[in-house]
Design a protein around this ligand. Sequence first.
Ligand SMILES: NC(=O)c1ccc[n+]([C@@H]2O[C@H](COP(=O)([O-])OP(=O)(O)OC[C@H]3O[C@@H](n4cnc5c(N)ncnc54)[C@H](O)[C@@H]3O)[C@@H](O)[C@H]2O)c1
Length: 297
Amino acid sequence: MPKRVLVTGGAGFIGSHLVERLLHDGHEVSVLDNFSTGCIENLSHLSGHARLHIEEGDVTDSRLLAELLQSIDWVFHLAALADIVPSVTKPLDYYRANVTGTATIVEAARQNRVQRFVYAASSSCYGIPSIYPTPETADIRPHYPYALTKYLGEQLVMHWAQVYGLPAVSLRLFNVFGPRARTTGSYGAVFGVFLAQKLAGQPFTIVGDGTQTRDFTFVTDVVEASSRQRCRRSRKKFSMWDRGTRTASISLSDCSVARSPIFPSAQASLVVPLRILRRSGVCWDGRQPSRSRKESV
Ligand SMILES: NC(=O)c1ccc[n+]([C@@H]2O[C@H](COP(=O)([O-])OP(=O)(O)OC[C@H]3O[C@@H](n4cnc5c(N)ncnc54)[C@H](O)[C@@H]3O)[C@@H](O)[C@H]2O)c1
């Protein structure tokens, strides 16, 4: 049945893909975004859509949220300051957007009895973990303000679920990549930075010796997982899933990716998803990635 859905941060990288998917599924979608890092161009292919409503505003604006949420069934809360490096120099900006913003919207969601609240959490809460693939039970060790504020946001969401029965789910996303990923110079994620350098005809920047590894998740898999959460009735009041990947370290120079036209001569070492989902939490089933590694890249 079509629902009235609010996507905060809907003009951002992941949010714009989620909006597209929700519209495709027949829902009425409202976007709340202050366009601090997102942009209207991310939604330009959907402009004029009869079921899309775009509101420019801030998630810390409690009056605006009280008004918006009166007619909302589901909330996907993605709005956040999401670049890691600037969080070190501007921790209070990150606290305001990611912690105060989350507190404001969970309270508005509670007041308005939303039926489902999905929070985009971050695997950065694990810091540099000692176990790979990293289980949800791994120690929480935020290493910089972005990681800390995203984790505090998750704690708020889970607390509202526990104390007030807010039907909430928190997804700890691992490095997401795909079309419309931010490419903000040295602050961007590796795929975005490489792509921007490739398009500019510049050499790729590799920090360190290039043997470092990361988990990557293609954006449409994140959207698939997020959109499924809204449909599920958890057996528990709240559950948390990680969206991790079983991974292997592959040098770009000797894997098929290296021969693709995108990365013809890179020397970096990347981790790529071989199997996408490790089940954990209450009701997620093991799934394959929607596309092959080569297709995603
Ligand atoms: N991209 C990843 O690899 C990744 C990994 C883990 C978690 N996440 C989380 O997923 C979410 C989306 O990330 P993204 O990569 O699409 O980032 P993004 O920067 O592209 O999107 C974030 C959006 O939120 C908006 N925004 C920021 N502060 C706001 C505020 N105070 N009020 C209203 N809107 C505001 C921005 O304008 C932007 O459109 C974030 O919460 C991020 O922490 C992303």
